[in-house]
Design a protein around this ligand. Structure first.
Ligand code: ATP
Length: 204
């Protein structure tokens, strides 16, 4: 397979921001969240299986999955959650692999990026040759995540608690983007990593 770098980090760390800079260099960034949405689109077998299992309440009037309802159904039920994950995780992985394989045809850069908030937790890191972590102090993460969207501080803290700790994530990193500074500083770090990955890709 092609040289692929996994890009990860906690909520509000700056993954999307860093990914945009990699794209600016002609790199194909495959988004794991996007893949997770695609596999349950109307017409996909997974959506029919979910409807059969959980009933019609999980389908909205326009035929798309009602994520809020589904989330409530699996939230406090580990058995149901496992059922859902065993259905969707292999499909998400397949979708990611297909998108990564298309990179060579669609993008100029000699490597691709897999952007995933749960790269390490989900086992998707098996699909990549290197792990790049966007890192910043947890207090800044909380501040940026809460400034960006409607989640309350309490909700963001909960999401952070379900993700790897900063220390555990950084321990798995081959490269670290320090996003505690300005956007210009982040972009300059991405530019340097891009040059390094181009070289790595030509050697692999
Ligand atoms: P999530 O996993 O929650 O989707 P993310 O890791 O993709 O988040 P971003 O959306 O890229 O994070 O960044 C979070 C917020 O912080 C955004 O509003 C973004 O504009 C802002 N941000 C990112 N980097 C910086 C920076 N260096 N300085 C100031 N603000 C920043």
């Amino acid at each position: 397979p092609r040289f692929t770098v996994g890009l990860t980090g906690g909520i509000g760390s700056g993954k999307s921001t860093a990914a945009a800079r990699f794209r600016h260099h002609g790199v194909n960034v495959v988004d794991a969240d996007q893949a997770a949405r695609v596999v349950v689109e109307p017409g996909r077998p997974a959506l029919a299986a979910i409807e059969e299992h959980f009933g019609p309440s999980v389908i909205q009037a326009d035929g798309t999955l009602d994520r809020a309802v589904l989330r409530k159904l699996v939230f406090d039920d580990p058995t149901e959650r496992r059922w859902l994950e065993q259905l969707t995780h292999p499909l998400i992985r397949e979708e990611i692999v297909t998108s990564l394989a298309a990179s060579a045809q669609t993008h100029s850069a000699p490597y691709a990026i897999l952007e995933s908030p749960l790269l390490i937790e989900s086992g998707q890191s098996e699909l990549v040759q290197r792990i790049c972590v966007v890192d910043l102090p947890e207090a800044m993460q909380l501040a940026r995540a809460s400034a960006r969207d409607a989640n309350t501080l309490e909700q963001i803290r909960k999401i952070m608690a379900a993700q790897l700790s900063r220390e555990a994530r950084c321990a798995k990193a081959d490269d670290i983007l320090d996003n505690s500074g300005s956007l210009e500083s982040l972009n300059a770090q991405v530019d340097a990593l891009h040059a390094k990955y181009v070289q790595r890709a030509s050697q692999s």
